[in-house]
Design a protein around this ligand. Structure first.
Ligand SMILES: NC(=O)C1=CN([C@@H]2O[C@H](COP(=O)(O)OP(=O)(O)OC[C@H]3O[C@@H](n4cnc5c(N)ncnc54)[C@H](OP(=O)(O)O)[C@@H]3O)[C@@H](O)[C@H]2O)C=CC1
Ligand SMILES: O=C(O)[C@@H]1CCC=N1
Length: 252
């Protein structure tokens, strides 16, 4: 398939690496120049081309720009009615994407995360996108959403990755302070938490795991109580995205 990526940053690089071995003909935009060079050298079939050529030469165009850049750049590009466009951008609702990508109308928003490079990354999308399924579905669970609001809520919850990783790193750092082995400490924390996150988590698994860690006076119960404020902070932070993500009142 002929694929184009506009914006060759963190998420585009991960998405490209997630396509390795599929034999696509891929054009990437020249910015970020260093990343574009690395990817073109790393992956057969990837070439660097001006934005206009990325769009003109592709059947599927991935929008991996910052939204504020996209609003300036996209209106001048040669979109066609037969293009399939997949945006992964935050702050880019469908109505505005349709306006700047016209006459292209087959537009979906997806939420990849950097682990898509290896696979196993849940991939919410709205509206359903057969081409996204074709490209990524074999290695990642593609999750079509029933509405743009549901997609936006998934976008919001994706923000927990950084604060949770930050907590895990703080724990590993604390452990390494006693063991003197930061690598082993990080590996241990990762393995311990991974053991609680089965490949196919069922509703209720997390609550059951938490119940199993609630021994009265135990270390887990003690630290959880001491960190109750962090739970409230997380909830408040997510609620703070409502306007930005266009989420309806009510909901949660
Ligand atoms: N990082 C993530 O995990 C995820 C990010 N996203 C979304 O993806 C989008 C990109 O994020 P991310 O990859 O992290 O950001 P980056 O800043 O890493 O990538 C954006 C890229 O766009 C390039 N760029 C700037 N101007 C132009 C232009 N005129 N034409 C072509 N390319 C240009 C930048 O190049 P230069 O460096 O030269 O300025 C940069 O490499 C954002 O909208 C973000 O919300 C979505 C899901 C996950
Ligand atoms: O943090 C962000 O804005 C992007 C969106 C989803 C994950 N990362």
């Amino acid at each position: 398939m002929r694929l184009g990526f506009l914006g060759t940053g963190e998420i585009a690089a991960a998405m490209l690496r997630g396509l390795k071995g599929q034999g696509h003909d891929i054009r990437v935009s020249p910015r970020n120049a260093e990343m574009a060079r690395i990817l073109a050298a790393e992956m057969p079939g990837v070439r660097i081309a001006p934005n206009e050529e990325v769009v003109a030469g592709s059947e599927v165009v991935f929008l991996c720009l910052l939204a504020r850049v996209a609003w300036e750049v996209l209106p001048g590009l040669p979109f066609r009615a037969d293009h399939k466009v997949i945006s992964v951008m935050v702050d880019a609702p469908l109505a505005r994407l349709r306006a700047v990508c016209a006459p292209a109308a087959d537009i979906a928003i997806a939420i990849p995360l950097p682990p898509i490079a290896q696979g196993g990354c849940p991939l919410p999308v709205y509206p359903a996108s057969p081409v996204l399924e074709t490209l990524y579905g074999a290695r990642n669970p593609v999750l079509p959403q029933p509405s743009e609001a549901a997609l936006a809520a998934h976008l919001g919850v994706s923000a927990i990755c950084a604060p949770i990783l930050d907590q895990l790193l703080a724990a590993a750092d604390w452990l390494a302070g006693f063991t003197g082995d930061p690598r082993a400490a990080e590996a241990h924390v990762a393995a311990m938490i991974r053991a609680y996150l089965p490949q196919r988590a069922q509703g209720g698994d997390m609550a059951a795991a938490l119940a199993g860690l609630s021994t009265e006076g135990g270390l887990n119960a003690t630290l959880r109580a001491a960190m109750r404020g962090a739970r409230d902070d997380l909830r408040r932070g997510l609620d703070g995205f409502r306007d930005r993500l266009g989420l309806p009142e009510g909901g949660a």
